[in-house]
Design a protein around this ligand. Structure first.
Ligand SMILES: Nc1ncnc2c1ncn2[C@@H]1O[C@H](COP(=O)(O)OP(=O)(O)O)[C@@H](O)[C@H]1O
Ligand SMILES: O=C(OP(=O)(O)O)[C@H](O)COP(=O)(O)O
Length: 397
């Protein structure tokens, strides 16, 4: 698998301007990075290119901005990256145009420069050829080290691979290698836990996933959409009501494929989206109109743990509650601890991924006990479905 594309072993980077696509989409709170796993995982690629005398020009997105805004600037992330790699990381306020060209022009061999959020330009997500050409002017070669964004066919994750000599970074290599070893022929029964908040961008992949796994636990914001589709009143919860038909189709497909769908049977509900706000467990027939489901309830936790007990392999993306705020971390922490204990007892192979999921497992103190932690969430699930990932495919050309 790893050698079906060129890697850093196949190029002399000395003196070259190396455009490195990384994933800097890290969890943040109050301008500070709260989980540095993604930064730690890209460190080997950056350090290797810099130590070999290449000019490292980092391209990345942050959040889902509509145009330029301060809250989605990569500037604080670049500073946090410098702390992790223990080398200076310069920053340019734009990823194309004069600002970027000037910053790149000033680089010496071994320097590291981070360019501002590629998504400040709508052309990035459109994979616009003119924008790809603008980016390509800044580099001699392109290295893709963003496995966790490889399911996006965007200018910096895919388009550049058609314009410049393309190479896989060390994290890209390591992720594909490790996931292949753990999951190419997973020991059955296989269970997936999918939660989180990115409902519209992840719901479609569940339709394929239910044909690959024996049970699917749905939690987090994703579960609210399924519960609504089944007629449960979810009050003011995060819920994408227009996806109800998709949710019902997935339930039907799961039934036809022999995949058990495990949805919450109770919920922790609060009236404000804030830590330590008063909250109570409710049955699904009694969710208050003004309430928000922020975690799975105690009976649901028992069902999730029982489902983990029945599994030989677990894949997990998406926290089952708003774990950043106590006490809404209980369901995610309970499931994480249970899966970690089963893994330590050699009864489970556990693979989890996603920026926030990894943060949640670190919060639970069990990330090191999982069999493998991927930096990727959506990309990892799409890989699991067997879908070609554009950011990986372009490396194979
Ligand atoms: N019931 C819920 N209501 C609102 N947000 C939720 C809920 N459950 C989980 N979340 C949020 O989902 C986010 C993570 O989702 P997502 O980005 O899909 O995961 P990942 O980054 O691991 O792929 C977290 O910030 C968490 O607070
Ligand atoms: O954080 C990411 O994915 P994840 O939430 O699936 O882990 C990637 O940076 C992709 O971000 P996107 O889903 O906004 O394209």
């Amino acid at each position: 698998m790893t050698n079906s594309f060129r890697t850093l072993d196949d190029v002399d980077v000395k003196g070259k301007r190396v455009l490195v696509r990384v994933d800097l989409n890290v969890p943040m709170d109050g301008g500070k990075v709260t989980d540095a796993t993604r930064l730690e995982r890209i460190a080997p690629t950056i350090t290797e290119i810099s130590d070999k005398g290449g000019k490292v020009i980092l391209l990345a997105h942050f959040g889902r901005p509509k145009g330029r805004d301060d809250k989605n600037s990569l500037k604080p992330v670049a500073a946090a990256l410098a702390d992790v790699i223990k080398k200076p990381v310069a920053f340019a306020d734009d990823c194309v145009g004069d600002v970027a060209a000037k910053a790149v022009g000033a680089m010496k061999d071994g320097d590291i420069l981070c360019l501002e959020n590629t998504r400040f330009h709508p052309a990035e997500e459109k994979n616009d050829p003119t924008f790809v050409t603008e980016l390509a002017k800044l580099g001699d070669i392109w290295v893709n080290d963003a496995f966790s964004a490889a399911h996006r066919a965007h200018a910096s994750t895919e388009g550049l691979g058609h314009k410049l000599p393309a190479y896989a970074g060390r994290t890209m290599q390591a992720e594909l290698d490790a996931l292949g070893k753990a999951l190419d022929a997973p020991t059955k029964p296989v269970i997936a836990i999918v939660g989180g908040a990115k409902v519209s961008s992840k719901i479609d992949l569940l339709e394929n996933l239910v044909t690959k796994v024996d049970a699917l636990v749905i939690g987090g914001g994703m579960a609210n959409t399924f519960l609504h589709a089944q007629g449960v009143k979810v009050g003011k919860s995060l819920c994408e009501k227009d996806l109800a038909a998709t949710a019902l189709r997935i339930i039907d497909k799961a039934e036809a494929s022999g995949c058990a769908i495990i949805l919450p049977v109770d919920a922790i509900v609060a009236f404000h989206f804030a830590a330590n706000t008063p909250s109570h467990a409710y049955g699904l027939d009694a969710i208050p109109d003004e309430g928000m489901i922020l975690d799975v309830g105690p009976q649901s936790i028992e069902r999730i743990n029982a489902a983990i007990d029945d599994a030989a392999t677990l894949v997990w993306n998406g926290p089952v509650g708003a774990f950043e705020m106590t006490p809404f971390d209980r369901g995610t922490v309970a499931g994480a601890k249970h899966a970690a204990a089963r893994t330590k007892a050699k009864k489970l192979i556990s693979v989890a991924g996603g920026g926030d999921t990894v943060a949640a497992l670190n919060h639970a103190g069990v990330a090191d006990d999982f069999s493998y932690i991927s930096t990727a969430g959506g990309a990892f699930l799409e890989w699991m479905e067997g879908k070609p990932l554009p950011g990986v495919e372009v490396l194979k050309k």
